[in-house]
Write a protein of this length. Structure first.
Length: 312
């Protein structure tokens, strides 16, 4: 939608500039032609000037019609393209939702039928019930994330902003995930200043965004990797960095990876999740007027996810 708004503004500005330039060129040509023909003298010059103004005004009125038609055609084309893009995106989203829900639901139905048909031995029933629970939990998590992403899509989504210490927010999230990194034997390197760095944010939503990035680093990095969590304050903003030594993300993938249900090479067919985590994180950051990008600046890491926010 932002691109469509920019396109409309560009078309309007372009049309206005074109009309203005056309009028100026016509006025200059007429003035040059009349003054060279009649010469420059008091009464004649005034009459020539009046004639130029009248001709230019008439030409401008004539040009308004074609210009309005061209402007309308250009806008209609861009609106139709945006509608088609949104339709394609929505259809792909629905297809991906169906894809990601089908696998756990098929397992749940299969296990439930096996229990109902008494094809499971009594000693195995507890294991099967646990598997049903895990699959149902996976489905519930996906639906909750999808619901959260859908809410964030609305421009009117409310944020409960307040001045908060972003160092404390990031430190709290990192501490909550520390054991998970230890279990997977991933080295966690934390570089967060002791002093407060204040930003205006919805603490709950920003915690979710940072948490999604850290969980993403945990899920997508192999045993023995390193993950760095850093907070920095510079003149142009506050930076939250989640870097790792795992697989690189190519430049052409650095934008699509933030789209829902996109989570990297073959991960849609594995157990890495739906890819909604990064999409939700970016939406939250953008709601705060910030940016979330993939960078390659940290010397000792392969890549980093970088949140940039405005300081208080």
């Amino acid at each position: 939608m932002k691109k469509l708004k920019r396109s409309i503004v560009c078309c309007f500005v372009g049309t206005t500039i074109s009309l203005t330039i056309g009028e100026l060129v016509l006025a200059l040509l007429l003035r040059e032609a009349l003054t060279s023909y009649y010469g420059i003298s008091g009464t004649v010059a005034v009459a020539a000037g009046t004639l130029v103004v009248n001709i230019v005004m008439g030409a401008a009125l004539i040009m308004v019609g074609p210009a309005a038609w061209l402007f309308s055609r250009a806008i209609t084309k861009k609106i139709n393209a945006e509608i088609q893009r949104q339709t394609d995106e929505r259809n792909m989203l629905y297809a991906n939702i169906a894809h990601d829900l089908k696998t756990p639901m098929t397992s749940i139905l299969g296990y439930a039928k096996a229990l109902g048909d008494k094809k499971v031995e009594l000693e195995q029933a507890e294991i099967v019930i646990d598997r049903i629970y895990q699959k149902a939990r996976q489905t519930d998590e996906l639906l909750n994330m999808l619901f959260e992403y859908t809410k964030l899509q609305a421009e009117s989504y409310p944020l409960n902003k307040m001045e908060a210490d972003i160092c404390r927010v990031v430190r709290s999230v990192a501490a909550g995930q520390y054991e998970a990194f230890e279990e997977k034997n991933i080295r966690l390197e934390i570089d967060i200043p002791d002093e407060k760095i204040l930003v205006s944010c919805d603490v709950l939503q920003m915690t979710r965004a940072v948490s999604n990035l850290i969980i993403n680093a945990y899920k997508h990095n192999a045993e023995g990797s390193r993950v760095g969590i850093k907070v920095r304050k510079e003149e142009n903003g506050v930076w939250i960095i989640v870097a790792d030594t795992g697989m690189d993300i190519r430049k052409e993938e650095s934008e699509i990876i933030f789209e829902p249900f996109v989570s990297g090479d073959a991960s849609r067919n594995a157990s890495y999740g739906s890819g909604l985590g990064l999409a939700i994180a970016r939406k939250i950051v953008e709601k705060h007027g910030g940016t979330l990008t993939v960078e390659h600046r940290e010397v000792s890491y392969v890549k980093e996810f970088v949140i940039c926010l405005r300081p208080v």
